[in-house]
Design a protein around this ligand. Structure first.
Ligand code: CDP
Length: 338
């Protein structure tokens, strides 16, 4: 149970409504360096609750043929409780034998790149690319004109299945599969972490994404998140002060990174419409898909997307990340890089 005194993160209690700023009246906590004791405490707490090293991905080692997975969300459209049985035909033969995250694997430094509009003109690309391991979400544009601000190195790429559905027309035709494989080349050999057991109606498209990478000989391994991990991750955060129903991709990545890397820096985590009086777009690039709906960057939609999302709340998460920064568990880079 959450208790302000024992939580490794929320020592000063949960954020309150009055903590929620518009961007110019935010509360940032100074970063005074990485604190090895706090990092260790945090890692142990996450590992204990989520068994991250074992359950981050669905593997043959952690799954039985014929096992039934319960999806995280019930599909309200088809009244389906959302169970998926693992068969050779659907997932089993597509699973790696074991997790690529070995028992005591750790990286020296990691960058977690959120997609906030704050990254525009940040000049953080070089710093991001200089870390050992880089996490990104949802197929963001990188390199080329974006290189100065976000860099291009990618080792861990998340893909909400809605991206496959929306931008690759559900991957039904070979032409769309080919274009996914082509687009993945941008991320070189990065692994792709997608979520078949989140919402049942998006399960099949993740299998087609796997097929696309095989058919078109993409170098990117497609790996599936384990529903047990996602469930326990949210439970972990709910027990440490998060009120929202779910942890966002960004908070999940920050937690994974803090578990696998000695020094974690977050970039592009800024769920506010303003920075020092400058109006920002929601993402550092044009397109955003939330659930089934595609949005364009408009400041008006900002508040809706970040704070009235049915499941997660970036502002609440921002405050949690600030507290982690205060304890030296990770660093949250805001504004321009040196
Ligand atoms: O998958 P999701 O819709 O949550 O995220 P995204 O829009 O692809 O962005 C990745 C992550 O960046 C989010 O989960 C947030 O943690 C963070 N983010 C932020 O802090 N501020 C923004 N304006 C946009 C994204």
């Amino acid at each position: 149970q959450h208790n302000g005194q024992t939580s490794p993160v929320m020592q000063h209690g949960q954020p309150t409504e009055t903590d929620r700023g518009q961007g110019d009246d935010y509360h940032t906590t100074p970063f005074l360096g990485f604190n090895l004791t706090e990092i260790k405490k945090f890692r142990e707490a996450v590992e204990k609750r989520t068994k991250l090293r074992q359950y981050l991905f669905v593997t043959k080692n952690n799954t039985k043929l014929g096992e039934k997975f319960r999806c995280l969300e019930t599909d309200e459209w088809v009244l389906d409780p959302g169970y998926i049985r693992i068969t050779e035909k659907n997932f089993y033969n597509k699973l790696p034998q074991e997790s690529p995250v070995r028992a005591n694997m750790s990286f020296r430094s990691c960058s977690v790149v959120g997609n906030a509009g704050l990254l525009q003109n940040s000049s953080c690309g070089r710093e991001i690319d200089s870390s050992t391991f880089v996490f990104r979400s949802n197929f963001p544009p990188i390199g080329g004109p974006y290189n100065d601000d976000v860099g291009k190195k990618t080792n861990f790429l998340t893909a909400n299945p809605s991206i496959f559905a929306k931008f690759y027309k559900n991957l039904k035709k070979n032409a769309d599969k080919k274009s996914l494989a082509e687009d993945l080349k941008r991320y070189v050999r990065s692994l792709v972490w997608t979520h078949p057991f989140h919402l049942k109606r998006y399960s099949e498209v993740t299998l087609r994404a796997y097929d696309a990478t095989k058919r078109y000989k993409s170098l990117n391994p497609v790996l599936f998140s384990h529903p047990k991990f996602l469930r326990n991750l949210t439970a972990f955060w709910n027990e440490h002060g998060l009120k929202a129903l779910r942890a966002s991709t960004g908070l999940a990545l920050a937690t994974i990174a803090a578990s696998l890397c000695d020094q974690v820096t977050l970039y592009g985590f800024w769920p506010f419409p303003l920075y020092r009086g400058r109006a920002l777009s929601y993402h550092y690039y044009e397109r955003a898909v939330i659930g089934d709906v595609e949005f364009r960057n408009k400041t008006l939609e900002y508040h809706l997307l970040t704070n009235f999302h049915p499941y997660h709340n970036f502002t609440e998460e921002f405050l949690i990340l600030q507290k982690m920064q205060g304890k030296g568990i990770l660093k949250v880079q805001v504004g321009e890089c040196q």
